[in-house]
Design a binder for this molecule. Structure first.
Ligand code: 3PG
Length: 207
C-alpha cells in the first residue's frame, strides 16, 4: 500500500472508530477483520488513541491500521511513530499537508469544496476524503464535481449509513465510503464485539 488511490480500494467501507478504553482496540479491530473489513481508521479523538494504534499494529497485523482525525502537524508524526500505516484528515491546512507528506505514508486529506479539492490536486493528490459528506451535499455534490474534476476520487464520510451507502458506492468518483456505524458506541462500551463483526460483514457485502 503506497498511494491514497490504493487506500480507496482496500475496502468498500472505511470504518471510523473511536476508542475510549485502550483494551477495546484489539477486539474491535479483530471483529472488523473477522467480518471481512481489512482496514480501520482509528481516530485521534481520545487520549488513548495513539496507544490503541500501537496495540492494533502489533497485535492485529492483518488489518490495515490508519489514524483518522489528524488535525495538527504533530499528530501526523505521532500517528506514524505509533505504527499507523495511513493517515486521514477531516480538512487540510498547509501545515497538516506538509506533515502528512513528511511521514511518507499514504493519506486521504479532507476536502469539502471544489477549491479545496483543486488545491490538493495541485499538490499531486488524487484520493481525497469528502467531509462532511451528507452536510456538504452528498451524492448530488459528488455527481456535480465529477465533470470538472475527473481525475479525483473520494472517500465520502459523515452522515452515511448502510442504507445510503450503495448510492455513494455507485458513483464513478467514489472509491470507498467512511462511516462510524460499524462500531457504534453502545456496542463498544458493552463489548458486544459479535455485533461489530455482524455490522462489518454487512458492510463488506456492499461491494
Ligand atoms: C468522521 O470523522 O469521519 C466522521 O465523524 C464519521 O462520520 P459518521 O459518524 O457520520 O459516520
Amino acid at each position: 500500500m503506497t498511494t491514497g488511490l490504493e487506500l480507496l480500494e482496500a475496502s468498500p467501507v472505511m470504518p471510523v472508530v473511536v476508542v475510549e478504553d485502550v483494551a477495546d482496540a484489539v477486539p474491535v479491530a479483530s471483529a472488523l477483520l473477522a467480518g471481512g473489513i481489512g482496514v480501520i481508521e482509528l481516530t485521534l479523538r481520545t487520549p488513548v488513541a495513539l496507544a490503541a494504534i500501537e496495540r492494533v499494529a502489533a497485535e492485529v497485523p492483518d488489518i490495515l491500521i490508519g489514524a483518522g482525525t489528524v488535525t495538527t502537524p504533530g499528530q501526523a508524526k505521532q500517528a506514524a511513530d505509533a505504527g499507523a500505516r495511513f493517515l486521514v484528515t477531516p480538512g487540510t491546512t498547509d501545515g497538516v499537508l506538509d506533515a502528512c507528506f513528511d511521514t511518507g505514508l499514504p493519506f486521504l486529506p479532507g476536502a469539502g469544496t471544489v477549491s479545496e479539492a483543486m488545491r490538493l490536486a495541485e499538490r499531486g493528490l488524487q484520493a481525497l476524503k469528502f467531509f462532511p459528506a451528507e452536510a456538504s451535499g452528498g451524492v448530488d455534490y459528488l455527481k456535480s464535481i465529477a465533470g470538472p474534476l475527473p481525475s479525483l476520487k473520494f472517500c465520502p464520510t459523515g452522515g452515511i449509513t448502510v442504507a445510503s451507502a450503495p448510492k455513494y458506492l455507485a458513483l464513478p468518483n467514489v472509491g470507498c465510503i467512511g462511516g462510524s456505524w460499524l462500531t457504534p458506541k453502545d456496542a463498544v462500551v458493552a463489548k458486544d464485539f459479535a455485533r461489530i463483526e455482524q455490522l462489518a460483514a454487512e458492510a463488506a457485502r456492499l461491494r
